[in-house]
Structures are given as C-alpha cells and as structure tokens.
Design a protein around this ligand. Structure first.
Ligand SMILES: CC(C)(COP(=O)(O)OP(=O)(O)OC[C@H]1O[C@@H](n2cnc3c(N)ncnc32)[C@H](O)[C@@H]1OP(=O)(O)O)[C@@H](O)C(=O)NCCC(=O)NCCS
Length: 226
C-alpha cells in the first residue's frame, strides 16, 4: 500500500545534527506538544514572545474555548498550507528523542521571492542549552541548501535578548523595526518588533555533520525548482 510519506511528502523530511532532530509535526506528537506548552514557554525576565498569548489559554482539554482546542486549528492549518504558492512546515524539534519545541518555516510566492520566514520556541525547561541556535541554523541551512532560498526573515519583540542572540549567532542582520499589537491575556499592548534577515553571504552554519532526508520529494511536492 502507498505510505503516509508518499501521500504527504513533508512527513518524509528529517533534518538532524547531533542530538537534535527536526520533523514535520504529526498528530501523534500532539499529546507531548500540549504537555510541553503546559510546562511554560516564556523565559523569566524576557517579554512575552508571541503576538497572541495562545500558550497561556486555560488548560481545558475537550472544551472548545481553552487550550489545546484553541491551538489545534493553527497546528493543522500549517499542515494544510502546502501548495507551491504558499507553504508552511511546522517542524517538531526533538533533542535526545524528547519533544522540546517547534521551529516553523513559512513562504508565500517562493518561486518569485526565494524568501522564507521562520518562528520558533522551546519549552522553558529546554532553553539555554544551545538548542535554539542549533535548530535555527538547521532550518536556515535547509532553506538555503535544499530549497534554494536566498533570504530568511524573522523577528522578535524588542527586549527578547535570547531570540536576538540566536539571530545574531546565525548571521542575521537587522532589517528594520515596526510597531505591532500584542494580544496578551491582559488585553492588547503595542510593542516594537525588530525584523532581522539572513542571506547565504552572512549565514553562520552549524558545526558538525548535518543530515537531511526527504528533501527531494519535498521539493517536488512544493513545486520548487533549483
Ligand atoms: C528564544 C529561544 C528559541 C532561544 O533558544 P535557546 O536554546 O534558549 O537559546 P541558546 O541556548 O541557543 O542561546 C542563544 C544565545 O541566547 C542567549 N540567551 C539565552 N537566554 C537568554 C536570556 N534569558 N537573556 C539573555 N540572553 C539569553 C545565550 O546566552 C546565547 O548566547 P551566547 O551563546 O552568546 O551566550 C528560546 O529561549 C525560547 O524559546 N524562548 C521563548 C520563546 C521565544 O522567545 N521564541 C522566539 C520568538 S521570536
């Protein structure tokens, strides 16, 4: 019988380096992901990192208006966004086999722009061990080396020193600031977002052997020509 990876080639993608593996999020990962979010994401002393406080919704499995129900559409929408005109890869990050965070990759009009956007987070207990830097470098390497991207963009709320450091260590440079509205649990707050971008010229690669599986079938599925 045809396999799930043949039906949906993003599931065949596997990027690994040392103890860290990135693979597209599957439904089987959801219980572990929900527990990870429940353990907390915000780093002490740093600003709330997301534009919407999805991770702070009351935990109410099975109810329509609490977590995880409020986050399921987002995770499934990422998987459902898989056309050449616009695609998203929600990559579950495992370190030593344990789900520690998410590294998202998104592009619209990739054939024309050759640009991707990234977003990422780690559970609080898994921060500060170099995983954030490693997973960002892995996904940028995937974009440049395997998908033929020419630019990766990201952004962080001003004051998020951990995210700023990850971007700097991966070779991103500042590309402007913008005012954004953060939808917190206490209501909307206006904050500054620092935009950053990296190109192959400035990219700082991960040392050590990086292995990528499933890139060819992914390119074909997303209509990417190199
Ligand atoms: C941002 C995040 C992905 C970084 O991953 P990480 O694994 O914690 O970061 P690393 O261990 O790779 O550290 C990268 C750098 O950040 C610095 N750093 C980490 N935490 C920091 C903190 N709280 N304050 C200041 N610097 C910090 C480290 O010192 C390191 O720099 P160095 O190697 O020069 O010392 C992770 O902390 C996280 O998920 N935070 C909450 C969600 C978030 O902010 N997501 C990003 C949204 S834009």
């Amino acid at each position: 019988m045809i396999t799930l990876e043949e039906v949906f080639p993003p599931f065949a993608l596997k990027v690994s380096c040392g103890p860290v593996i990135l693979r597209v999020l599957r439904d089987d990962d959801l219980p572990e992901l929900v527990e990870l979010v429940r353990g907390g994401i915000d780093a002490p002393g740093l600003p709330t990192p997301f534009l919407r406080s999805w991770h702070e919704e009351p935990f109410a499995p099975g109810a329509p208006d609490g977590f995880p129900a409020t986050s399921l559409p987002w995770w499934w929408t990422q998987r459902a966004t898989c056309a050449p005109e616009e695609w998203r890869l929600a990559l579950a990050v495992r370190r030593d086999g344990i789900l520690v965070g998410m590294q998202d990759l998104h592009s619209r009009g990739f054939a024309q722009t050759r640009t991707v956007l990234t977003g990422s987070w780690l559970g609080r207990d898994h921060q500060g061990r170099g995983t954030g830097t490693l997973m960002r470098r892995l996904v940028v390497g995937l974009a440049f080396d395997e998908l033929g991207a020419q630019r990766c963009e990201s952004g962080y709320i001003v004051g998020n020193h951990a995210s700023a450091a990850v971007s700097r260590k991966a070779g991103y440079v500042d590309s402007g600031r913008r005012r954004v509205v953060q939808d917190t649990r206490n209501g909307p707050v206006t904050v500054d977002e620092q935009r950053v971008a990296v190109t192959p010229d400035t990219f700082v690669r991960q040392g050590g052997a990086v292995a990528v599986e499933g890139a060819e079938v992914l390119r074909r599925f997303l209509g990417i020509e190199r």
